[in-house]
Design a protein around this ligand. Structure first.
Ligand SMILES: Cc1cc2nc3c(=O)[nH]c(=O)nc-3n(C[C@H](O)[C@H](O)[C@H](O)COP(=O)(O)O)c2cc1C
Length: 311
């Protein structure tokens, strides 16, 4: 069974990677990802300066996934860039992604300039979709602001750039966002970030299960898969063919990976399930994916990628 694929010019052993924010905050975790069966990986979404994030408890496993309001705890962009530059020195052909976010547009531009001036030449993932910072709306729900940020960013940013998007729930919004993205030289979109601002209640204690924002937090895991697949499919149908879609959301099994690929994903990320199971999850998912492909008579991912049938 051949699980190999390509992401632009990078040949990859398979299509799996972590989702930003999970198992990628510390250098030791990044090294574990590098040593795992994931084909590539992304660093924790970084702000320019280190952040402690929101008060605990800020993450809870649920029967159908997770709720979190981490609030972007991270060591600051220089920490991750130093790691990425060193990794590229050791293995120049290796593909790694650097995720970043700004609390203001000027912070975003300062970070992109720092990446531009660094020796890191991998993919940068601009996170326009974090739902968990009190007082900061998800940028990509503001279409005009997203347009403005991209217009400015591409005046000076010349390295490969992808955008992490929040989930959309209306076909008109898919149309509108795709029309904006198609006007810029972006390399990929990543669908989806957590479904923002769910509320999980503990029946016994009659309380919310996480502390920040009165219990409101981003949802991930099995319960978000249908929304994730819809976003992957909707953007695959609307974006220029040279813009890739990375599928994220609700992956707990090889069947979920297969469905993301079928809907048009080029790579598939694992968040909540990686949090729950650790990096061994990648081997299990690949074994399950290979078994499904064998049963269906597929020898390679290219044979079914993007080929969802409709009735
Ligand atoms: C604990 C936790 C932290 C996260 N932190 C980030 C982050 O820093 N940046 C980001 O783009 N997404 C972050 N996310 C969202 C995930 O990358 C992913 O988009 C989302 O959880 C859906 O995938 P899943 O269903 O596999 O969990 C985080 C998710 C979790 C559970």
């Amino acid at each position: 069974m051949n699980l190999a694929t390509n992401f632009f010019d990078y040949p990859l052993e398979n299509c799996l990677m972590n989702a930003s924010g999970v198992h990628c905050m510390e250098v030791s975790q990044l090294e574990e990802l590098a040593a795992s069966m994931a084909a590539t990986y992304v660093t924790k979404t970084a702000t320019m300066a280190p952040r402690l994030g929101n008060p605990e408890p800020r993450y809870r496993d649920l029967p159908q996934g997770s709720i979190n309001s981490m609030g972007l705890p991270n060591h600051g962009l220089p920490y991750y860039l130093a790691y990425l530059e060193k990794a590229a020195e050791k293995e120049p052909q290796q593909l790694i992604f650097c995720s970043l976010v700004g609390m203001t547009t000027s912070e975003i531009f300062a970070e992109l300039k720092m990446v531009q001036e660094s020796s890191f030449n991998g993919f940068t993932e601009l996170n326009l979709s974090c739902p968990n910072v009190p007082g900061k709306p998800q940028v990509a729900y503001d279409f005009a602001l997203t347009d403005k940020i991209l217009a400015e960013a591409f005046t000076f940013f010349k390295k490969p750039l992808g955008i992490k998007l929040p989930p959309y729930f209306d076909l008109a919004h898919f149309d509108e966002m795709a029309e904006i993205l198609n006007r810029y030289p972006i390399k990929y979109v990543n669908c989806i970030n957590s479904i923002g601002n769910g509320l999980v209640v503990d029946l016994a204690t009659e309380a919310a299960v996480i502390k920040p924002k009165g219990g409101f937090g981003g949802l991930g895991g099995a319960m978000v898969k249908a929304t994730a697949l819809a976003n992957v499919r909707a953007f695959r149908e609307r974006l220029r063919p040279d813009i890739a879609v990375i599928g994220t959301g609700g992956v707990t099994s090889g069947a979920d990976v297969f469905e993301h690929l079928l809907c048009g994903a080029s790579l598939v990320q694992v968040g909540t399930q990686l949090h729950q199971e650790g990096p061994a999850v990648f081997q299990r998912l690949l074994t399950e994916l290979a078994a499904i492909m064998k049963e269906k008579g597929y020898q390679s991912i290219a044979e079914f990628q993007g080929k969802l049938q409709t009735l």
